[in-house]
Design a protein around this ligand. Structure first.
Ligand SMILES: [Zn+2]
Length: 331
């Protein structure tokens, strides 16, 4: 299905402009209600381990849980503990979509609740490098989508790249321990997020972080089709309220599953997490391929400082050409 240039619909409420990036004029989406956080629709109960952790059985499962609870605390100097977490990292690596690098990377974010959130690298061949999601960011977004208030610890199979070092500081905790596990030798290298990125560039308002987003004041769209995307947009992380960079995305898949995503900014805007990257993480965490996206609605500011809609249309054309895409510009 061809994607056209955005065309503007005249029959929209005052202050709102709906653009359809699909010329087929598909019928309206069915709309779910009662979404408090964009992740709550996908939130699943974390797996509980009554006794010893049987990661080996999880490794055999195609659709293993990506949120684990009641794990033994990671002890970087205990070889048995390191071995256990090497297996969990191997599980996380199974989530990878390393179409370009061919190198699966695994990460585990331990939330304030004690639950472990798995993450891996997601790469879409033929796209823009900015589409890529790194394992650490996947794990952090997985934790955020499940309502965590913060992160206690990271355990990962590779050192964080420069971009991820900044993202790890967006947890608001420069003392965050980052344990890098050598997957062959079992050696652990531990440093803090602040040690990985000293003298960092950060917002003046250092109290805000990805896990304590200020509530944004975005008026509710009259068109019910866009309300899930609007609710997602409300969860955008936007420490500078004067910037018009928020956005929300809601996708529905061919098997009627729904996923939402929002914008998470970092001080350097070129590393901002797009709502599609947030959606990619939630879909991968649910073992749902992005190729199953059937319809997409998006809400973004009218005259945004940065716009994600053209980029998202480009990605959809490539990975889900059957998808419809409608954008509401909200003043
Ligand atoms: Zn990275």
């Amino acid at each position: 299905m061809a994607f056209g240039m955005p065309c503007f619909s005249p029959a929209v409420p005052s202050g709102q402009a709906v653009r359809s990036m699909d010329r087929s004029k598909r019928p309206a989406l069915s709309v779910a209600s009662g979404l408090a956080r964009p992740g709550s629709l996908q939130r699943k109960p974390a797996l509980r381990f009554a006794g010893s952790l049987d990661v080996q059985s999880l490794l055999q499962q195609a659709k293993f849980p990506t949120v684990l609870s009641d794990l033994p605390v990671f002890e970087p100097t205990n070889p048995e503990s390191v071995k256990t977490y090497q297996s969990i990292l191997a599980l996380a690596q199974k989530l990878a979509r390393p179409e370009v690098s061919k190198m699966p990377v695994g990460a585990i974010a331990i939330g304030n609740s004690g639950k472990a959130y798995l993450g891996a690298n997601l790469e879409l061949k033929g796209g823009l490098p900015n589409d890529t999601v790194h394992a650490e960011v996947f794990a952090l977004l997985n934790a955020r989508a499940n309502g965590e208030s913060g992160i206690q610890m990271m355990i990962q199979s590779l050192r964080p790249c420069g971009s991820c070092r900044q993202a790890l500081l967006e947890t608001g905790n420069p003392d965050l321990p980052i344990h890098v596990v050598d997957m062959k030798r079992g050696e652990v290298d531990t440093k803090t997020a602040g040690a990985y990125l000293p003298n960092s560039y950060h917002y003046a308002s250092g109290q805000k972080n990805w896990f304590q987003s200020p509530r944004l004041d975005i008026s509710e769209p009259a068109d019910a089709r866009f309300q899930p995307a609007w609710r997602a947009a409300l969860q955008s992380y936007l420490p500078n309220p004067n910037r018009k960079t928020w956005a929300g995305l809601s996708v529905q898949t061919s098997d009627k599953k729904q996923f939402e995503g929002c914008v998470l900014t970092v001080p350097a805007p070129n590393n901002t997490i797009s709502p599609l990257q947030d959606v990619m993480v939630r879909m991968a965490a649910a073992h749902e391929p992005v190729e199953r996206i059937q319809s997409v609605t998006m809400v973004e500011p009218a005259a945004p400082d940065y716009s994600f809609s053209a980029l998202i249309a480009q990605v959809l054309r490539r990975v889900a050409p059957q998808a419809t895409f409608s954008v509401l510009s909200q003043s």
